[in-house]
Design a protein around this ligand. Structure first.
Ligand SMILES: NC(=O)c1ccc[n+]([C@@H]2O[C@H](COP(=O)([O-])OP(=O)(O)OC[C@H]3O[C@@H](n4cnc5c(N)ncnc54)[C@H](OP(=O)(O)O)[C@@H]3O)[C@@H](O)[C@H]2O)c1
Length: 326
């Protein structure tokens, strides 16, 4: 029997609600795989879950992505082997664990060119960048994107992705140091939105034309300003709510601002299909392995210090990705 260290929570609240337990690892059933996990991603969605912004039944585990080694396979799993290096992103929310058994469909082979730490740091965030830039709306060289919180985990990947495709990315971030990091990762301009109102600055950078697309994961604090800087026919991608959920609003605003489009995507839909998930991950790992995408790991924590990782992430002191080591 293998004993796993796991983190769960049984009430919504601050980082103090995280509980450390041990549990026996279950053998994989048909379609499942067991893993020894070497590195675990910390994502802002873990904070929405823990705090109850996205309510779940309780008690519940935490975490969407991790990397490790296959220790056992259930019947019918043919795309993996025992001993293989793998990584996954799945909404099943139990990745804060030293060992884990889960459905194999979203567990993807990890090439030797990508370390466990890189994989844990890039899996959910990089697949998010993939769908934002390649799938949500057509984007081409010469287009302009406003990206909020651009020095964060998804943000630094987005800066590099945009630069590599010839897309002008206007970054916002919460300090001058974070702005400098976004610029160093490929942003064309950076605005410290704690010090200055970002909307007039975006208008000035675009010579009053506005941007083609806004990628807004900050939510309540930025939503109105974001809508005010989009070109006619442009798109608002609202994909997170770090500052709070966007309140209900009058759809007529989209007409008044120039026939704008609005979407509220989730990675869960994009990775639901096994073949799509596997091919997105393959492409992502190729970019990381070749050095085309640099994974900035700003903070590493022992899994026992997950509460501190949460405090730092919601305290806006982190840049790039944070990971836990089980
Ligand atoms: N829908 C999806 O499929 C999907 C998938 C992955 C991630 N996301 C979303 O994308 C965002 C980025 O995720 P991540 O894990 O990479 O996190 P992150 O960007 O590393 O951290 C969140 C950042 O949000 C900014 N922020 C602005 N206002 C804030 C506030 N009031 N409180 C806390 N932070 C605030 C902070 O950057 P500044 O200090 O620079 O403002 C903070 O560093 C999150 O909102 C997440 O939920 C969505």
């Amino acid at each position: 029997m293998t004993t796993a260290n796991v983190i769960t929570f049984s009430s919504f609240g601050g980082p103090e609600v995280l509980e450390h337990h041990t549990k026996e690892l279950t053998a994989p059933e048909a379609g499942q795989v067991s893993l020894k996990q070497e590195a675990v991603g910390v994502n802002y969605i873990d904070i929405y879950r823990r705090s109850g912004v996205y309510p779940t039944p309780l008690p519940m585990g935490l975490g969407f992505d991790a990397a490790g080694v296959v220790t056992a396979l259930g019947e019918g799993v043919t795309h993996l082997k025992v001993g293989q290096r793998v990584a996954y992103a799945t909404p099943s929310q139990e990745s804060y664990a030293s060992y884990r058994t889960l459905n194999a469909a979203q567990v993807c082979p990890l090439p030797d060119s990508v370390s466990f730490e890189q994989a844990a740091a890039v899996m959910l965030k990089g697949l998010t960048a993939h769908y934002l830039f390649k799938q949500t709306t057509p984007l081409k060289a010469g287009d302009t994107v406003l990206f909020h919180a651009a020095a964060g985990g998804v943000g630094l990947l987005a800066c590099q992705w945009a630069k590599s495709k010839g897309i002008t990315l206007i970054a916002t971030a919460g300090s001058d140091e974070k702005c400098a990091l976004a610029l160093a990762n490929g942003a064309s301009h950076a605005i410290n939105y704690v010090k200055e109102d970002f909307a007039p600055a975006v208008r000035a950078y675009t010579k009053d034309k506005g941007v083609d697309v806004v990628m807004d994961s900050v939510g309540a604090a930025t939503f109105d300003g974001s809508l005010s800087v989009i070109k006619p026919f442009g798109m608002m991608i609202s994909f997170g709510n770090a500052s709070g959920k966007v309140p209900p609003f009058d759809l007529g605003i989209l007409a008044a601002k120039g026939s704008l489009k609005l979407t509220r995507p989730t990675i869960a839909t994009y990775v639901a299909n096994m073949d799509t998930c596997q091919s997105m991950a393959k492409e992502l790992f190729a970019m990381v392995g070749s050095g085309a995408l640099n994974v900035h790991i700003g903070n590493r924590y022992a899994m026992a210090d997950a509460a501190q990782a949460h405090r730092d992430l919601e305290g806006r002191t982190t840049s790039g990705s944070s990971i836990l080591i089980p």
